[in-house]
Design a protein around this ligand. Structure first.
Ligand code: NI
Length: 178
């Protein structure tokens, strides 16, 4: 049975390491980790979760965009395990968008990301995929890819004055809905 894993937070050394490639995708330990990460992301209302965030320095993450209380405008998709990913190319066009991180609870900031990315990765059956992601899902991919490089979204900010608390972030959405 899949179980909810502990999410480590900023200060945990594993979040600052460059993660290692997954060598044997079919290994039951990897398959179980994928199942556990899907359940953990859902439980925490995360739209993405990288293996280092649950203490494993591996090039593996989950993208699980869906509308929830943390990201009300997120598009719906089934959770996709992304293994040994590469960013093949990026759009020149950049876009700012709000991000938060389960490993940095309580704060949000607008992060400049490529609007679209061409990516390559292996799925949990070991099959290679290539595709283009855009907008919010491209943002999640870039955020999670940073995690396996030992980078967190705060490192991407040019100006700390743009950091806000989660409480203030929710107020922004309340204002929009009025
Ligand atoms: Ni994160």
């Amino acid at each position: 049975m899949a179980k909810v894993l502990e999410i480590v937070e900023l200060g945990a050394p594993v979040l600052r390491e460059r993660a290692k490639a997954v060598e044997d995708i079919s290994n039951p330990m990897i398959q179980n980790l994928i199942d556990d990460m899907i359940v953990t992301a859902k439980e925490a209302s995360g739209v993405g979760l990288a293996a280092p965030q649950v203490g494993h320095s591996l090039r593996l993450f989950i993208i699980s965009s869906y509308s929830n209380e943390r990201y009300p405008d997120a598009p719906e998709m089934v959770p996709v395990p992304i293994i040994n990913p590469q960013i093949v190319s990026c759009s020149e066009e950049m876009e700012k968008g709000w991000e938060g991180c389960l490993s940095i609870p309580g704060i949000r900031a607008p992060v400049l990301r490529h609007r679209a990315v061409k990516i390559r990765y292996f799925d949990r059956e070991g099959q290679e995929f290539e595709g283009i992601l855009e907008d919010f899902v491209a943002r999640i991919f870039q955020h999670e890819f940073d995690h396996i490089e030992g980078i967190v979204f705060l490192d991407r900010l040019k100006d700390n004055s743009e950091i806000i608390t989660e409480n203030e972030y929710y107020k922004l959405f309340e204002d929009e809905e009025e």
